[in-house]
Design a binder for this molecule. Structure first.
Ligand code: COA
Length: 340
């Protein structure tokens, strides 16, 4: 009987380039406080958020993805037609099918594999892990990973628990072969027993009945929106994600002292502070704190912060960074990478 020939890809992989896109519209805490009973001080103290970016009608998930991808490709020195695969992490492409990745691939000039992944705020790190494995397995030489969100489309501006948190934006990386290890083993998982802690107010195919419906002044159905059990998520992220971070460092064979940057998902500044403390991160290690300016734009936070830290010189090109994403599912993923 004939045997199947297998393929072998690169021995090692790395992030070759990163690019971000932050929408132009700045939403201040003062503006948020015209929608909900809150204050600039409360929002800053409880979340660390000073402003967030919300997309205009023209800043679609497609446009933001293409902009971020273009910068990542240029930084990597890779052309669109060289991409063997395009992976988009998002929860705010409003079509169940087809995937946003197909449109992005087409705009970038590739007919490579294209698919979306739904892993909430862990989506970017999930994509990095998948892309790295694909390059090692030989199923693609260069893979684009984009995290993009328009969470403003899913935000109930009258919900005190979420209206101030979410933002929009995109970030992208190109992953390809490397002579030396550039992407450490992923530590990832899910806790489906906490499925309801971050979810939609109702499924797309089950809108509420006329009696239950939340309608605006025009009588139109509002939502679905994201809803969150804030305290439960906060506790889970602060404690369990510290353990996951430790494991990702151990799997990569390094300690917190070897890091040149810590880039956690930007969910809440206090969660970041707690992770820094539990990791016993040395003071010389810069920490991503872009939530202050951009809010929580889910799958986009990590690549946007990575681009920002490289641009402002707070993190060094070629340095080691710990990434950790966590969110709806609940799901999480962490890995140590070499910065492009
Ligand atoms: N403005 C002012 N006061 C508010 C408020 C708001 N927007 N929302 C709630 N409050 C009040 C509450 O009424 C409560 O008042 P009380 O003590 O008089 O009853 C008090 O603030 C504390 O409310 P609580 O819900 O316990 O706030 P919190 O400290 O848990 O902070 C979050 C709320 C949302 C900031 C926090 O839970 C959080 O960040 N959770 C994780 C969010 C996250 O990471 N999401 C994404 C995951 S990927």
């Amino acid at each position: 009987m004939a045997t199947i020939r297998e393929k072998q890809g690169a021995a090692h992989t790395r992030i070759m380039g990163v690019g971000g896109y932050a929408p132009s519209r700045v939403i201040t805490n003062e503006e948020v406080c015209t929608w909900i009973d809150s204050s600039d001080e409360w929002i800053r103290t409880r979340s660390g958020i000073e402003s967030r970016r919300w997309a205009t009608d023209e800043e679609t998930v497609l446009e933001m993805s293409v902009q971020a991808a273009g910068k990542a490709l240029a930084a990597a020195g890779v052309s669109g037609d060289q991409l063997g695969a395009v992976i988009i992490a998002t929860v705010s492409h409003m079509h169940q099918t087809p995937a946003l990745a197909c449109l992005v691939a087409d705009r970038l000039g590739t007919n490579g594999a294209a698919f979306d992944i739904s892993a909430g705020c862990a989506g970017f790190c999930y994509g990095v892990a998948q892309a790295s494995d694909m390059v090692k397995a030989g199923s693609a030489e260069y893979v684009l990973v984009v995290g993009v969100e328009r969470l403003s489309d899913l935000t109930d501006i009258h919900d005190r628990g979420t209206a101030f948190i979410f933002g929009d934006g995109a970030g992208a990386v190109v992953i390809g072969p490397s002579d030396t290890p550039g992407i450490g083993p992923v530590v990832w998982g899910s806790e489906g027993d906490k499925y309801d802690t971050i979810t939609q107010t109702f499924p797309w195919n089950e809108p509420p009945t006329a009696d239950e419906a939340d309608t605006g002044e025009d009588g139109e159905l509002r939502g679905p929106f994201l809803q969150m059990a804030g305290q439960a998520v906060f506790r889970w992220a602060s404690y369990q994600m510290a353990e996951v971070s430790h494991k990702a460092l151990a799997e990569a064979g390094i300690t917190a002292h070897d890091l040149d940057a810590f880039i956690p998902h930007q969910a809440n500044m206090r969660i970041t502070d707690r992770l820094v403390k539990v990791l016993d991160l040395p003071e010389h290690v810069p920490v991503a704190r872009t939530i202050a300016e951009f809010g929580n734009n889910s799958a986009a936070t990590i690549p946007l912060a990575m681009e920002r830290m490289l641009q402002d010189g707070s993190a060094p090109h070629g340095g080691l960074a710990l990434l950790i994403g966590f969110g709806a599912g609940l799901v999480y993923a962490a890995q140590v990478v070499t910065l492009p």
